[in-house]
Design a binder for this molecule. Structure first.
Ligand SMILES: Cc1cc2nc3c(=O)[nH]c(=O)nc-3n(C[C@H](O)[C@H](O)[C@H](O)COP(=O)(O)OP(=O)(O)OC[C@H]3O[C@@H](n4cnc5c(N)ncnc54)[C@H](O)[C@@H]3O)c2cc1C
Length: 405
């Protein structure tokens, strides 16, 4: 007889594993099936992100991002300490280089206060230099509770703990969920390797979230688009110019934090990511192209509205993608002494953003339910920081709507 799982979780990124972990912790007898289409955990957004534990300072008070980022950060740091995952609460600087940026930096500071972000300090230019001697700014904001972590190791640890709590739960790597139907009260999940029976399903498919939601019968007007972020890294020659994390004041018109400097847990210092619209959702090279992704993107009115509404920004990002000199110029706004030989090209990551028909990216997290499924439809940054709190949200939603006692 075919095994019946209580829940199938589709997607082996940090949101999928954190959701599965929270369900498993609360329901230790549940048999959970986790499907990840690639051959390792965290192969896409989670494993290619900046590795920052965000404080929660940027997000509008009352938003899902604000609440889940602050709560998730506290849980994540405790989890990392308990399970010895490489992390460091090294703090970060947000640095204004022009007077026009100060009102937004004040707004961010206010958000931080309203969101319960601890350990923030407003700095003058000398105080900035005491922390980051090569950084030039007119005023800065130090956020002491920001940190760095290894998100892939966190995801792997969550998987390990799930299987420890319930050895009958299963993690299937290299298995892609393709379509869904029913067998009586059960959900049938057809994959490239066979089919599985589950009572309920939780979808955490990141860059593929909209496609799986539609296949599962969700009427979704929005579409996921991918923004590739390219990184450079500091060479040995430039390495001493950055100690921790240095961010610009973000442009309030865009849902990205701006190109920043990040010390990673392995000691490398990365600069990035840029934000280039990509024609391959899971493509990491500058020239990557996928016909289906391109048709999907270009046949959607929201994409064109996004292009026309942000033409100047889009063109600048495309040029910067192919010009080290332009990238360096952006970095020099924060560290003017950086030179061409101080940086070398690094890796890339692709962010999934849910784009509405008016061309606006849905900024807040979005998680919806049907009678038998929960869909995490939008989980952009800071969803890695927030993952354990998103996991609580998913569990609470399941408990309420699936009538779990
Ligand atoms: C460049 C970049 C920098 C970022 N920096 C930060 C940061 O510093 N801090 C932070 O908190 N957040 C950051 N983020 C955001 C964060 O990484 C994401 O919000 C988070 O990783 C989302 O996790 P996820 O599990 O939803 O998605 P993913 O990690 O993308 O996981 C989704 C998984 O679903 C799998 N999947 C898809 N379809 C199927 C299918 N049909 N069957 C089986 N499996 C499937 C995919 O293979 C994938 O592994 C960044 C993101 C990027 C891209």
């Amino acid at each position: 007889m075919q095994k019946v799982f209580d829940v199938a979780v589709i997607g082996g990124g940090i949101v999928g594993l954190a959701s599965a972990y929270k369900i498993q912790k609360n329901k230790p007898n549940f048999k959970i099936l986790i499907l990840e289409k690639e051959d390792l955990l965290a192969p896409h957004q989670t494993g290619n992100n900046s590795g920052v534990i965000h404080s929660g300072i940027y997000y509008p008070p009352g938003s899902m991002k604000a609440k889940n980022c602050v709560d998730g950060r506290h849980e994540l740091v405790a989890f990392a300490k308990e399970h010895k995952i490489a992390h460091d609460i090294c703090g970060k600087l947000i640095v204004a280089t022009e007077p026009s940026e100060l009102p937004f930096m004040k707004k961010i500071y206010g958000n931080g206060q309203a969101n319960g972000v601890e350990d923030m300090q407003w700095l003058n230019s000398e105080e900035i230099k005491e922390i980051e001697p090569f950084c030039e700014g007119i005023e800065g904001l130090r956020v002491g509770c920001t940190g760095i972590i290894d998100y892939r190791a966190t995801t792997e640890k969550l998987a390990e703990l799930i299987l420890q709590i319930q050895p009958d739960s299963e993690l299937h790597l290299g298995e892609e969920a393709l379509k869904f139907d029913h067998d009586g009260d059960f959900k049938l999940i057809h994959t490239n390797k066979g089919s599985h029976k589950a009572k309920k399903a939780i979808f955490c498919a990141g860059l593929q979230a909209d496609r799986l939601a539609k296949k599962d019968g969700v009427k979704l007007k929005e579409r996921v688009v991918g923004f590739r972020g390219d990184y450079f890294e500091l060479t040995d020659r430039g390495h001493h110019k950055v100690k921790h994390l240095i961010y610009p004041v973000p442009n309030p018109d865009f849902p990205f934090l701006g190109v920043h400097f990040t010390r990673m847990t392995d000691g490398e210092i990365e600069c990035g990511p840029s934000a280039v619209f990509t024609f391959k959702r899971e493509g990491y090279k500058k020239t990557d192209f996928d016909l289906r992704d391109t048709i999907d993107a270009l046949s959607y009115s929201g994409t064109w509205k996004l292009f026309f509404g942000n033409m100047k920004f889009g063109i600048e990002e495309q040029i910067r993608a192919f010009s080290k000199k332009r990238f360096l110029k952006t970095l020099q706004r924060l560290i003017p002494s950086l030179e061409m030989d101080d940086i070398r090209p690094g890796r890339s990551g692709v962010r999934a953003m849910l784009l509405n028909q008016s061309g606006d990216t849905r900024d807040d997290f979005r998680i919806e339910y049907t009678d038998e499924s929960i869909h995490v439809l939008n989980a952009p940054s800071p969803a890695a920081t927030a993952a354990l709190s998103i996991g609580n949200h998913v569990y609470n939603m399941a408990q309420e709507h699936f009538n779990w006692d």
